[in-house]
Each structure stands twice: as C-alpha cells, then as structure tokens.
Design a protein around this ligand. Structure first.
Ligand SMILES: [Zn+2]
Length: 416
C-alpha cells in the first residue's frame, strides 16, 4: 500500500510571498523544527540565488554531520540547463532538487509569448533533468506549474517523458488554487495510473481548498497505485491566499472521517511539535496565527456557549475532535512582565551574558563569549527582532555553521 509523505515548502514558497521573508537563521531553525517533527523533506531554498548559497551550504553541512537528519533538503530550480549548472556551482553538495516549468497552454502562451510549444516545454525539462542527473543527485522531482489548467493528455505526455529520463516524482501544481477535491482526485489518479510515477500535491488556497485538495489529490495518487507527497507550509503561509497548512494537513490525514483507515502517512509525524513550529513561524514571519487556525489557533480549544462548555466538561469528545495536548499545547509559557534584557545587533557583553545565563549557556572564556555575541549581533542584523532561545542556543552550539549561513557577499560589479 502506498503512503503519504510531507514536503514542506515554507522556506521556498513561504519566503517568496509578497511582504514576507525570513532571515537565514530563521530558515535554518525551520529546517531543524521540521526535522524534529518528522517531515520527510524541506524545500530549503533557491540554489541559483546568490544570497542563499552560504545558507544552503551550511544546512547541507548540518545534514552531512547528522544534525539535520533524516530530513531531506531540496532545492527549487527553474527547468533551464544554465540554472541547473549555476545551482550546482553555487551549492555543490545539493542532493535533492525540484525542477519547474509551466505546462498549461495559458502559461506557455502567456509567459513564453509564442516562443515555446508544448514539445519545447518537454524538451527543456528533459534537458534540465539530464543536467541535474549528471551532478549525481539522489532525487529529482519535476514540477508541472499550473497543472490544474493543463490538458490531462499533455500532463501524461510530460510526466511520462520525465519518468523515462529518471525523475522520481511528478509535482502536480495547482498553482492558482483552481482545483476542487473532485477534479484533483481525477487528475492525479489518471496521471498515477497512466504514468506510474509518485505524485506531489502542491495546492494553493485561492478558493479555500488547499488542504482538502491536497488530501483528495493524495487519495487519487494512492488509488492510482502511487505514493503521494503533499507540499505544505507552516501556518499556510505562501503566495497570495497561501498553501496547504502543515498542521491542518497532518490533522486532516490522520483525523478526518474514514481517511486514516485507508490512507496513511508513510513516516510518522510528531504532532506534539505543532504548537512550537507554528509559534516560531508566526514570530519569524511576523504574521499572527489566526484565532480560528486548526489545532494551533487561540480558539481551537476554547468553549464559551453554555451547551458547548457543559458538553466539553462532561466529555471533551462531545465538542473536540482531538485533544490540545496532541498538538503540543497545555504547557505553561513564561512571559516576562518585568525588566527584559534581550539580544540585538548592538548588544554588549554584559547583557548578552545575562541573556545566555538565563537559558543556562555558559562560556569557557571571555573570547568564546565575545565570538558568540558577535554572531548573535549579525543574526540580529538580518532578523531585526530579538532572537529566541532556540536561536541563541543554536548559535552557541554551532558557531562555525552560523558564521557560514550568515555570510552575505554581494558579487563584484561586472562593469565600473
Ligand atoms: Zn506555490
């Protein structure tokens, strides 16, 4: 029986969202939290983007040394041979990639303006795929951008070609959130049955159905005999109305009526980490979690009306599908109500030692403390808000890695 894997794309789709961004340290923390949670893969960034290169390299080092393990780190690349070559030049250790090209007539016409045909799209992808394979990659996913508006026969032709050339997965992108659970089920099942390739579901929420479409698409893939890989983002942050929310997707797969009996996560996910990862993403993106967010919203376990309160007090199952501790809630949280000393880009050693002492980090000597403080200052330049405990602990534990991921060197000008 095939299963469902999660590929979180917060560090790619989430950060490319208008008005939002993350520091390189925040992106790294997200990879760490996703790994702790048991997510299969993190789409960790853009290997052709120069300012990502040291962050991506540093995270691959964390993977090699077993810190970021077993999670896979995948880069997103346009299906252009030059881009693939540039990616492997900037980030040589890249093992997992997704290559992307538009497949709908709307986008082939609208973006390439008549310069490319469907056949050109297939051959561009195949060339990019061969280029990526020549670098010894472990896995390659191939993205059909705007798959939901692509003619199904062409999707089959495209997916068959990439399978023949060694792609491991086919990403069905409902780029505009146009599908509904009924249509995406048909499409993914048809591709799975006709091509025989594992299918990724990449769904957006423009019509409010990102999670529903993701699990319907996964069901289509599995009923068609293939594994399904659902793309998620933390708190659903992503282009426009966002992507399938990570926590809501796990809840939908594991708790929804009749689903979990037949369709299961291929790899267990620790839902108890939901609260922490959601809170961190909210802090890092500076986007509050909606009060009615599944599992992690302030109202997710709040009851006021007489009938509901009475019912839930008698037996929580009367009005709750799952318990708050299953999503990692219920622990008291300390909120500073008096004096606060926090880390910043202009912090000094005395305040810094105080902050680190509070989280029980001590230094061997003054030099070491100064070094870690300097890194924390640089991390603050990017974050522009106080670092959280886990970030400070991470800096103290992996100073060399942090130095690398914070490195930003703009290229030399090519003309004077
Ligand atoms: Zn997207």
């Amino acid at each position: 029986m095939s299963g469902i894997y999660l590929i979180d794309v917060t560090n790619r789709d989430g950060v490319q969202t208008a008005h939002l961004g993350l520091s390189k340290l925040e992106k790294t923390m997200i990879n760490m939290y996703l790994n702790e949670m048991g997510v299969f893969q993190s789409e960790f960034g853009f290997p052709t983007t120069r300012h990502e290169q040291y962050y991506l390299q540093a995270n691959l080092e964390l993977a090699e040394t077993g810190v970021l393990k077993p999670i896979r780190l995948g880069g997103w690349i346009r299906a252009v041979v030059d881009d693939v070559e540039k990616a492997f030049k900037l980030v040589p250790g890249l093992q997992h990639v997704n290559l992307s090209i538009s497949t709908s007539d709307q986008m082939i016409q609208g973006k390439f303006q008549g310069a490319k045909s469907r056949d050109d799209v297939v051959s561009m992808m195949v060339d990019a795929l061969e280029a990526a394979r020549s670098h010894g990659t472990q896995s390659i996913g191939v993205n059909a951008e705007d798959a939901s508006r692509t003619d199904t026969d062409f999707l089959i032709t495209f997916a068959s070609a990439v399978k023949e050339h060694g792609a491991q997965r086919f990403r069905y992108c409902d780029t505009l959130g146009y599908d509904n659970p009924f249509t995406i089920y048909q499409s993914t099942r048809t591709v799975a049955e006709n091509v025989g390739i594992p299918i990724e579901l990449h769904c957006h929420g423009d019509l409010g159905m990102a999670v529903a479409n993701s699990i319907a698409g996964a069901k289509g893939a599995i009923d068609g005999g293939q594994d399904a890989y659902i793309n998620t983002t933390i708190n659903g942050i992503g282009e426009r109305a966002g992507n399938a929310d990570l926590v809501a997707t796990v809840l939908a797969v594991t708790k929804s009526k009749g689903f979990a009996e037949k369709y299961q996560l291929a790899k267990p996910v620790d839902l108890k980490k939901a609260w922490k990862i959601s809170r961190f993403a909210s802090y890092a993106f500076e986007v509050p979690v909606p009060i009615n967010q599944p599992g992690v919203g302030a109202n997710a376990f709040a009851h006021e009306s007489g009938i509901h309160a009475d019912g839930v007090l008698k037996d929580p199952h009367n009005y709750e599908l799952y318990s708050f501790d299953e999503v990692g809630r219920g622990e008291p949280e300390l909120v500073e109500t008096g004096r606060e000393i926090c880390s910043g880009e202009y912090s000094g050693i005395s305040g810094f030692k105080h902050v680190m002492g509070k989280i029980e980090v001590s230094f061997e000597n003054a030099t070491q403390a100064e070094e870690v403080l300097e890194l924390a200052r640089y991390a603050n330049v990017e974050a522009q808000k106080p670092l959280i405990e886990d970030e400070l602990l991470f800096i103290a534990k992996y100073p060399k890695i942090v130095r690398k991921l914070l490195t930003l060197i703009p290229p030399e000008p090519t003309h004077s």
